[in-house]
Write a protein that binds this ligand. Structure first.
Ligand SMILES: NC(=O)c1ccc[n+]([C@@H]2O[C@H](COP(=O)([O-])OP(=O)(O)OC[C@H]3O[C@@H](n4cnc5c(N)ncnc54)[C@H](OP(=O)(O)O)[C@@H]3O)[C@@H](O)[C@H]2O)c1
Length: 61
């Protein structure tokens, strides 16, 4: 374990979901920023979900 955590934004989209899948397959620690956590339901349980919307700064800081 190297302590590195990958933050994937856009993880529920066409590109992002493949990024999450490949990082998870490689055993990397992944955190996803999602507007709706239920849209991340298909990710492996070890993927950390963080709710946030880039269009709403109050959800990011
Ligand atoms: N697909 C391609 O072949 C391709 C090729 C070259 C470049 N790109 C670029 O790569 C990027 C992603 O493409 P994609 O095809 O994966 O897009 P996509 O399937 O439409 O997915 C967009 C992702 O961005 C998230 N998102 C949108 N607005 C957001 C916001 N305000 N805050 C947080 N997350 C937000 C969406 O989350 P929700 O689930 O909440 O909607 C979704 O996960 C785009 O900029 C696209 O132009 C794509």
């Amino acid at each position: 374990m190297n302590g590195r955590v990958w933050l994937v934004i856009g993880s529920t989209g066409r590109v992002g979901r493949e990024v999450v899948r490949e990082l998870s397959r490689r055993g990397e620690k992944v955190r996803v920023l999602v507007r709706s956590p239920e849209r991340a339901a298909a990710f492996p349980p070890e993927v950390e979900r963080v709710r946030g919307d880039l269009a709403d700064v109050s959800t990011i800081v």
